[in-house]
Design a binder for this molecule. Sequence first.
Ligand code: UDX
Ligand code: ADP
Length: 461
Amino acid sequence: MMKNITKITCIGAGYVGGPTMSVIAQKNPAIQVKVVDLNTARISAWNDEDLSKLPIYEPGLAQVVQEARGRNLHFSTDVAGAIAEADMIFISVNTPTKTYGKGRGQAADLKFIELCARQIAEVATSDKIVVEKSTLPVRTAEALKSILDNTGNGVNFHILSNPEFLAEGTAIADLHAPDRVLIGGEHPEAIAALAQIYEAWVPKERILTTNVWSSELSKLVANAFLAQRVSSINAISELCEVTGANVEEVAHAIGKDSRIGPKFLKVSVGFGGSCFQKDILNLVYIARSYHLDAVANYWEQVILLNDHQKMRFAEHIIKTMYNTVNGKQITVLGWAFKKDTNDTRESAAIYVADHLLAEEAQLVVYDPKVSAEQVYRDLDSLGSRTPADNRRLVRVENDPYIATANAYAVAILTEWDEFRSYDWERIKKQMKKPSFIFDGRKLLDKIALVNLGFHYYAIGE
Ligand code: UDX
Ligand code: ADP
């Protein structure tokens, strides 16, 4: 019989580990939850008295942290100590796309996962349940098991897959009321132990159990299907633009079909985020490694279309502005990959900006939650030009009215609600004439803006 879980450790205090463990601790006051990370700055931020300094911005997160932190939720850099004392260990470290060697640009880099496994094997002196929380390629659990069983000191490890389906910006709401919790594993008691933790607040019928591989694959497939819907509507947006159809009307009309459903049909300048592209590339890589080329090509197209959507939006800006943006100020409103998050990973804004910078546009960036350092880091990491050139060509402002002064054009790249309520008349007055708005999220009120005299272009119209 497996003993009751009283101590949980989570390795990785990022976008997944931080919010997930905060909610597990909130809902299970009798369990001590420790979140550990090698990154000392990140851990200090999680421990900051000032809750506005938490390393992640998520609506509702600060309240959850406030409730549980110090009681049964702790953040620490003592990885080994936390592993040793835990009954259950969640692995929530990052699994970026490989940038070197075999599978470069497609396969997931599992070095952080392997390091965790080795450290667990080295430190553990009692039996443990190890839970994969990071999104991983199918059959990673097997690799984990092999490392743990072959380097451990007679300790029993049970591996479970428990993929996270939360979306950023709604993480706390998603964690509080998940559509489903998925647990993949072989050992019934280990599965029951993890299920019990979720049963503290999730109705039993929403907790699904499968074998490990189905669970691992389901995570990739869920993200691939979601991304595919976005690419599908974005593909139609280009067709709408040339035929005079309106993509929002088309999305509404097809979404009324209950078999299709209304969600995830919002046209955009392209999907971003840490998951969609990475997970599809992973799926493609796995399919190719089994020589399933037709399957691989099918899913790869979702990404190619997404790249096309970002590029054609940037191209449209250039073409509309008389085929040159050289030296012209273009104000980018929104840098995060979606609203209500400070996360910029794979954000469409980065690639649209890069394309405009290649044409020597002068960019001014404003995002309510993204820092100037992050904007420069994102551009520098592309390696398209020197850091000095990025700073020469890009200015980051923290006031939207200062950011739009003297602009030839405004490009909306994230769907932040506040952009709707700006005083667009005031903005119009201080912009160059003609004043262009390129709305990559179909966010603003077209009629009102046209009445103010803007040249307004929305994607998909
Ligand atoms: C996604 C999955 O939704 C989540 O279940 C998984 O755990 C992680 O990956 P996330 O990346 O946080 O979550 O955000 P999501 O809301 O899925 O949006 C991803 C991207 O698609 C964003 O750039 C968003 O703007 C874009 N998108 C989404 C659209 O362009 N149109 C839509 O209709 C929906
Ligand atoms: P995700 O979106 O998957 O949560 P993040 O990059 O936000 O990804 O978070 C992953 C965290 O995992 C980072 O803060 C990183 O420092 C941490 N991490 C990676 N490897 C280890 C390790 N071996 N031990 C502890 N923490 C680790």
